[in-house]
Design a protein around this ligand. Structure first.
Ligand SMILES: [Zn+2]
Ligand SMILES: [Zn+2]
Length: 393
């Protein structure tokens, strides 16, 4: 089932020796250090102590490293980075039955309070007390050990690698947007704006869940070609540039018309665009989406952009469009992601473009920031190995 070099059998499955908890810690902008943090010894009854083995980098990790903040989340004290993680289970509390030491698991890195109205209503992603890995002030997973509630550990099927396990985190963002928030229907026509990792994964999820046609839109052609070549989408679109002297409000309308013509999308009926997911956060993409959506269609916003944008609300009204926000992921997202990968409906393997050891972690952050690996090749996703089993400061 697995591609050469990526099979489960080649993953490092040695457990740590237990006397060191070397961690990759952000102290300030461009200031990361290796520190030996206390080794967790006893877990509480429902927790698991795990050893992270593969951590893929996310835009947010890089923003904290380069800017010290993401929106209102500001790094005010040293924080371990990393949150997209697959790990080996080291120790479990006495109530834990879903995993056991030695198991390979994907980590869902957000612990909600389980008590508030949103948690109780099944929307734990909205929990105001969420403790999310590598979101200040909570430590992330680039460390020898990490402790979390055991129900946030998902045992990987034998045909999935630890690298694929780490990618379930960003993939779950796509599952939440397409399935839970977007309520994608069978045989839907779907357009995804933005071909960064989350956009690519969102498009792949829509295709894997049975969309009729999935088109991805971006201004970087190599990323679009990557999506097509790796079967993550049915097709892609590279928008034309604004014409000289073209009014700002005219361009999105023309852009939408050109996309519609190119793919023979209609304004209504089975050939209309049913669902658009914006993973770019760019104002012009959101404006275009409003004109591109079929009447009665749904637009889901995943990408973060500037807080205030101009929208043609008249079209929203007369076309009866629905606009919804989607944040991280909630109940069931990891399970569905894992299932889609395990049965081959979504292929994650191609997304890992660059690999780094724990000692080279800073190189991964720099490459991710530039969007290009040290080999000169475009970076899609970088993965960092956890510390070696016996690695110390
Ligand atoms: Zn992420
Ligand atoms: Zn809560």
């Amino acid at each position: 089932m697995s591609a050469p070099g990526l099979s489960a059998a080649t993953d490092d499955v040695r457990l740590p020796t237990g006397d060191s908890n070397v961690s990759f810690v952000l102290h300030g902008i461009d200031d990361v250090r290796y520190e030996d943090r206390p080794v967790p010894t006893e877990s509480s009854d429902n927790d698991a102590i795990v050893a992270p083995k593969k951590v893929t980098l996310c835009g947010s990790d890089v923003h904290y490293y380069k800017e010290g903040r993401v929106g209102d989340f500001i790094v005010e004290k040293p924080m371990v980075l990393g949150h997209e993680t697959a790990a080996l289970v080291v120790k479990v509390g006495r109530n834990v039955t879903n995993i056991k030491p030695g198991d390979r698991v994907a980590l869902e890195p957000g612990e909600s309070c389980r008590m508030c109205p949103d948690c109780k209503a099944g929307h734990y992603q909205r929990c105001p007390k969420m403790k999310f890995a590598a979101t200040p002030p909570f430590d992330g997973t680039l460390a020898h050990y990490y402790t979390l509630p055991a129900d946030l550990c998902y045992k990987l099927p034998d045909n999935m690698t630890l690298e694929e396990g780490a990618l379930l985190e960003p993939m779950s963002v796509g599952v939440h947007a397409v399935h839970k928030i977007g309520q994608m229907k069978l045989a839907a026509n779907v357009v995804v704006f933005g071909a960064g990792p989350v956009g690519l994964l969102t498009a792949a999820v829509a295709k894997g869940l049975g969309a009729r046609k999935v088109v991805i839109v971006d201004i970087q052609e190599p990323r679009l070609q990557f999506a097509k070549e790796n079967n993550l989408v049915h097709d892609y679109y590279l928008p034309s540039k604004p014409n000289e002297g073209e009014a700002r409000e005219d361009y999105p309308r023309r852009n939408a018309k050109e996309i519609r013509e190119r793919f023979e999308f209609e304004e209504r009926g089975p050939n209309a665009v049913d669902l658009i997911v914006d993973c770019s956060g760019a104002e012009v993409c959101i404006q275009t989406a409003i004109y591109l959506l079929g009447h009665g269609g749904t637009m889901v916003q995943v990408g973060h952009g500037k807080p205030n944008i101009t929208l043609d609300y008249q079209t929203v009204v007369t076309h009866e469009l629905t606009i919804k926000g989607s944040f991280r992921y909630g109940p069931g997202a990891y399970r569905l992601s894992m299932d889609l990968v395990a049965r081959g409906a979504v292929n994650l393997k191609a997304l890992i473009s660059h690999r780094y050891t724990f000692r080279d972690a800073v190189k991964a952050f720099e490459a991710n920031h530039k969007g290009v690996g040290q080999d000169g090749k475009p970076l899609i996703k970088a993965v960092i190995d956890g510390p070696e089993a016996d690695e110390k400061l």
